[in-house]
Design a protein around this ligand. Sequence first.
Ligand SMILES: [Zn+2]
Length: 163
Amino acid sequence: MAGRAVDATEKALYNFGPGLLTQNYWDKAANKGKGGWLPRLQAAAGPHKDKSTDPHAAGRALDIILFANDPTERDFADRIVQVFLAQRVAMGWIAVIYNGREWNRAGLEFPRSGDAVNRHVTHIHIEWAKAGVGVDNFASDLEDALYNEFSAGNISSGNYAVG
Ligand SMILES: [Zn+2]
């Protein structure tokens, strides 16, 4: 079971983030390589994760599937990361990772190198510490920030048809 901060962030993204996040995507590695449709908001640990150390298994992390090699998806992801950075203090996350970059709890950016898995080119990973994951009083402000970034009226969002 995911912690309150994970649940609140997932719900805010589903309801007020880019509409694409409400859709499934085709994951060719799913079902032992046969492929399958998976949700774009994933809190649970995948089968490849070490259950004893993985923050997803502990309910402290959320993956937001947005492929960096697709310009539209990368744009959505970059803007979600900016919202997370703007809401950082209230949200209390300890790490955000996307597309070769990582931000720590102070909001400082570091390069993330290594293979595609380590660089996180298919999803944003956001993680909380044990102490912070029980807090969800940031939900309303996060929803407002996502609404302002992605909903109708923001003609740059490309999320909803305008006019
Ligand atoms: Zn993750």
